[in-house]
Write a protein that binds this ligand. Structure first.
Ligand code: ACO
Ligand code: KIV
Length: 516
């Protein structure tokens, strides 16, 4: 593609992004983000508003010193003192830009600036000339262009281009524009302004109606060749157009957009994470490109499709935007193929279809009860299910434990012993002791088995974690350890104890289940 088809990416995370209430960043944090943006090959980094405060001045200066490959820009009102301060802060820049602006909508001119439209044009022209006297690269913005009159925009833009502005930005400051209408405005401006070919038209859209990206892209179709945007869509009120969405839309739909960007997209996710960490603004999980779920697949039909061909459900590659990989999330909507494939990645191979089915059934039961299923949960299930065939003569059917302050706990247990259901009830010093005694009541030689160690581990973090219980038992100089996993600590304990007894019975071929 030709140079005329290059879409300039202007990142304003450090300026408009910082205008998100609560998102302020200190100088070093801004430099760290600016370096990431430079590595990503962002064309222009708006580092701040130099006159806003000494801190902002220092930040613009520090970014201008640190960054060499991207243009560094400072915002300024259409006032000499702002422009001089911006130029001063940008002195160390290899490439500096002054971005000066004034509002052009009737409501802003009348109530905020309290200026006649002709005076606004005069001030804009003076400001651009002043900026050009200090720096070559000058951008001019018509603040609230989205609510400005087209004829007035044509007049002011023609004059600021004559005054030396080389980038003309048409901001939808309050997020009022609609996609087709906004693109049409850009098209009309480029067509009607006689010297429009001397400037690059830029857009800067806010997300008040959730249309910032759509409006920006519509403007690109209409001839805009610079998009102002922010990482994670940060920005004043509902934010700005998000850089990652703009860049990936253009890249993914090369067939649709007549433009390209120079962005190295593999830096997108690390930069998003840095911005989120620095500002304390979490990224919503379903946020396009950078949300945790953006490349995660949970439902069985999707996972099955993905396993057969990734493109069945993905239009971009996770690796291309900086994720290490896409994710198959196992949850209650997942199917057997994804379950088997995920466990194979964890090194678990099922010996038979029956074993896979048993583990899959346990997984579905767990997924119904537990929100997040982690790899450790799956490994615990696999371990538990694979043990079932070690010795299945005794299986837990149900356990009911009653425990109350000041009273001895009672356990009622139902076991399946060689295909027959047997019941027992017992008290104990604690609920686990009561459960073990109830098991002992159904297995003749179990009371001669000594429990040497009993440990409980939470399999994953969180209150709804599965627990894994290990019970080490000794009988006739044989020591075995039983494992059991469940959301219920008592059920996990009973399973672990039974697993130990079953293993002993296999090892010794002597500890026969026996109904009293
Ligand atoms: C759409 C945008 O995002 S624009 C950028 C918004 N960002 C910011 O405002 C952050 C930084 N701002 C600040 O720190 C301060 O507002 C400052 C330093 C710029 C100005 O502070 P103050 O001098 O105390 O003025 P204050 O903020 O109260 O009011 C703004 C003044 O600038 C005037 N003004 C607003 N925009 C412009 C402009 N583009 N050109 C010239 N004057 C302007 C207003 O009319 C008002 O003038 P008045 O004091 O004569 O009524
Ligand atoms: C100053 C301009 C570019 C702006 O931030 C806006 O209009 O939203």
């Amino acid at each position: 593609m030709s140079e005329a088809q290059k879409l300039i990416i202007f990142d304003t995370t450090l300026r408009d992004g910082e205008q998100s209430p609560g998102a302020s960043m200190d100088r070093d944090e801004k430099v760290a983000i600016a370096r990431m943006l430079e590595r990503m090959r962002v064309d222009v980094i708006e580092a701040g508003f130099a006159i806003a405060s000494p801190g902002d001045f220092e930040s613009v200066q520090a970014v201008a010193t640190a960054v060499k490959d991207s243009t560094v820009c400072s915002l300024s009102r259409a006032l000499d003192k702002d422009i001089e301060r911006a130029a001063e802060a940008l002195k160390p820049a290899a490439r500096g830009r002054i971005h000066t602006f004034i509002a052009t909508s009737p409501i802003h001119m009348k109530f905020k600036l309290q200026m006649e439209p002709d005076k606004v044009i005069e001030q804009a022209v003076r400001a651009v000339k002043k900026a050009r006297s200090l720096i070559d690269d000058v951008e001019f913005s018509c603040e609230d262009a989205g609510r400005s009159e087209l004829d007035f925009l044509c007049r002011i833009i023609e004059q600021v281009i004559d005054a030396g502005a080389r980038t003309i930005n048409i901001p939808d400051t309050v997020g009022y524009a609609m996609p087709r209408q906004y693109g049409e405005t850009i098209r009309q401006l480029i067509e009607r302004i006689p010297n429009s070919d001397k400037a690059i038209f830029s857009v800067h859209c806010h997300n008040d109606l959730g249309l910032a990206v759509a409006n920006s892209l519509d403007a690109v179709m209409a001839g805009a060749r610079q998009v102002e945007c922010t990482i994670n869509g940060l920005g004043e009120r509902a934010g700005n157009a998000s850089l990652e969405e703009i860049v990936m839309a253009v890249r993914t739909r090369k067939d649709f957009f007549p433009v390209y960007t120079d962005i190295d997209t593999t830096h997108i996710v690390p930069t998003s994470k840095l911005v989120s960490r620095v500002t304390g603004f979490p990224v919503q999980p379903n946020k396009a490109i950078v949300g945790n779920n953006a490349f995660a697949h949970e439902s069985g039909i999707h996972q099955d499709g993905m396993l057969k061909n990734r493109e069945t459900y993905e239009i971009m590659r996770a690796e291309d935007v900086g994720w290490s990989t896409n994710r198959m999330v196992l949850g209650k909507h997942s199917g057997r193929n994804a379950f088997k494939s995920h466990l194979a990645e964890l090194g678990v191979l099922f010996a038979s279809e029956a074993e896979l089915n048993a583990a899959f059934a346990r997984f579905k039961e767990l997924a119904d009860k537990k929100h997040d299923i982690f790899d450790d949960d799956l490994l615990a299930i696999a371990k538990d299910s694979q043990q079932l065939h070690v010795a299945e003569s005794v299986k837990l059917v149900s356990l009911n434990v009653h425990s109350e302050t000041g009273e001895q706990p009672t356990a009622k247990i139902v076991l399946n012993i060689n295909g027959e259901e047997k019941r027992a009830e017992s008290q104990g010093n604690g609920p686990v002791d009561a459960a073990f005694r109830a098991i002992n009541a159904l297995i003749q030689e179990a009371p001669t088995v000594s429990v040497q160690e009993y440990t409980v581990n939470a399999v994953t973090q969180g209150m709804d974690s599965q627990v894994e219980v290990n019970v080490r038992v000794e009988h006739d100089n044989h020591i075995v350890t039983g494992h059991g996993a469940d959301l219920d600590i008592l059920v996990a304990s009973a399973k672990a104890y039974l697993h130990a007894l079953n293993t002993l019975s296999t090892v010794e071929s002597r500890l026969h289940p026996h109904v009293h």
